[in-house]
Design a protein around this ligand. Structure first.
Ligand SMILES: Cc1cc2nc3c(=O)[nH]c(=O)nc-3n(C[C@H](O)[C@H](O)[C@H](O)COP(=O)(O)OP(=O)(O)OC[C@H]3O[C@@H](n4cnc5c(N)ncnc54)[C@H](O)[C@@H]3O)c2cc1C
Length: 460
């Protein structure tokens, strides 16, 4: 994306009255570097490489990948297999849960997002035969490929939480924003809770998961709603994380922990949600620790709540593991994530398969910001493979998580595989280890149009 394109987007928002002139100027000043990440120059040279490319999954990664490949290949032959009718901008789910967006702000018909000239098979993949270069679908038979791009996202594994299912989301005032209906119900419940007060329980999960910041954002927005309603004296909020600490990117952790301390929200670590009794509004947790000899010690405990937000454990879709494409050893083996090299994004056994996005078994944060940085790498390496050259592009693990800390501020956490901060904003202008208003403006006004108008079109 060029700065010019970003400026045009922002000018549109200004002319529509969404942001003021001074907001426009501040965004332009502070966001220059952040948004100069685009890769337009990369489209100068097109490749004559040929081959049938099949992309499994038409979400953030799949559609953007197809759009980029179309721009880089003279003769693209691209098929996307995806059953969904809707393309959701999932990072907007948090803002729905905080009453900033409505559901209609965050989706477009999938048909409108498909790049022109790309074949769309509206179906679900059931199995891949990597030694035969073909995939099975639920209704459309077998589809062959020369090169496969695997980006089917995550599966939410509801079976790992007792007492609540996808169809009973919201029962007993227990909510999750990891679902289009769930994030709407969360806003209703958050609003009611902040008017009355009570006990609020928030937690994440122990598997690798999308946007680790999202459950924190829900707890912090709940607090801020209570502040606005004047009910802070009537609330008792508690955050449980399955990790060893609240956040593990050193540049951002101190301020985030400080915010929880300032707001009197205790954070308990090493706690896994096991189940929810929605009748009695009680959440069952396990504290998983090690004793001095390194033996695992599990202590169950129960918390009652009036309002709860939880995260469902996540894994790769079943067909990935059933197709023999998952990690079988190491920390990523448990949940079926695709076995790719973390720098080249190429499958470690089958070098005509590339995986990116949430399904990829790489040790980074599962975010669309990470997808944006994986895209040019995946495209370059795929084209190298198609041309018979050695793939050279390397992904450094960049991911970003805009942690909404209140209505008006976002802690823009950006980092790489080494958990080193990767600040895109000019440091001299702002201290990005702290929450900033301009990052809120980016989150609320800029990132969604960037997603639909630029990223999905292969321009960002
Ligand atoms: C609540 C929430 C908050 C988030 N907040 C942020 C944020 O603030 N910042 C950020 O950068 N990211 C955020 N994310 C994460 C971001 O949305 C994901 O990382 C991103 O969408 C991943 O892209 P993907 O293409 O890998 O997966 P998805 O976009 O989920 O797409 C996967 C696609 O695969 C398809 N599919 C699944 N199974 C099959 C099958 N068997 N056959 C064919 N197709 C299949 C699905 O229909 C879907 O279209 C958030 C996500 C959530 C849920």
């Amino acid at each position: 994306m060029t700065e010019k394109q970003f400026e045009t987007e922002m000018k549109k928002l200004e002319s529509e009255g969404v942001i003021s002139r001074s907001q426009f100027l501040q965004i332009m000043a502070a966001a220059g570097a952040f948004l100069a990440l685009g890769t337009d120059k990369a489209y100068a040279a097109k490749s004559n490489a040929k081959g049938k490319i099949v992309i499994i999954g038409g979400g953030a990664a799949g559609i953007s990948m197809a759009a980029r490949l179309k721009r880089k290949l003279h003769n693209p032959d691209i098929t996307i297999i995806d059953p969904s009718e809707r393309q959701y901008y999932q990072p907007g789910f948090t803002l729905i849960s905080g009453g900033v967006y409505t559901i209609d702000d965050v989706w477009k018909p999938q048909a409108d997002c498909m790049p022109e000239g790309v074949r769309w098979v509206k179906d679900r993949v059931t199995l891949i035969h990597p030694t035969q270069n073909r995939v099975d679908t639920a209704k459309s038979g077998t589809i062959g490929y020369d090169f496969l791009v695997l980006c089917p996202g995550v599966k939410y594994d509801w079976s790992r939480i007792e007492g609540i299912t996808h169809s009973t989301i919201g029962a007993g005032n227990a909510h999750t924003i990891y679902d289009p209906k769930g994030c709407q119900l969360t806003w209703k419940a958050m609003k009611e809770f902040s008017e009355k007060g009570g006990k609020g329980v928030f937690c994440d999960t122990y598997t690798k998961h999308k946007c680790g910041g999202a459950p924190k954002k829900v707890s912090l927005l709940t607090w801020d709603n209570c502040r606005k309603q004047g009910t802070l004296d009537n609330i008792d909020l508690h955050y449980y994380t399955a990790s060893k600490q609240l956040y593990n990117v050193p540049h951002f952790t101190p301020r985030l922990e400080e915010i929880y301390r300032e707001r009197n929200i205790p954070v308990d670590v090493n706690c896994r949600l096991k189940g929810i009794d929605t009748e009695s509004k009680r959440a069952h947790f396990e504290r998983v620790e090690s004793d001095k000899d390194g033996n695992k010690v599990i202590t169950p405990f129960t918390e009652s709540y009036d309002f709860m937000h939880f995260m469902v454990p996540q894994c790769a879709p079943d067909f990935v593991r059933e197709s023999g494409l998952s990690w079988t050893e190491g920390s990523l083996a448990a949940d079926g994530w695709v076995m790719v090299d973390k720098h080249s994004l190429i499958h470690t056994t089958y070098n005509n398969i590339i995986s990116l996005g949430d399904a990829a078994g790489i040790p980074t944060s599962k975010t669309s910001a990470a997808v944006a940085k994986q895209l040019p790498i995946a495209v370059d390496n795929l084209i190298s493979l198609m041309e018979g050259r050695a793939p050279e592009a390397q992904y450094n693990g960049y991911a970003a998580c805009p942690i909404v800390t209140d209505y008006g501020h976002v802690l823009m956490a950006e980092f790489d595989y080494e958990k080193k901060a990767q600040i895109s904003f000019p440091l001299s202008l702002l201290d990005m280890s702290k929450e900033q208003w301009v990052a809120w403006l980016l989150k609320v006004y800029a990132l969604k149009p960037i997603y639909f108008n630029l990223m999905l079109k292969g321009l960002y």
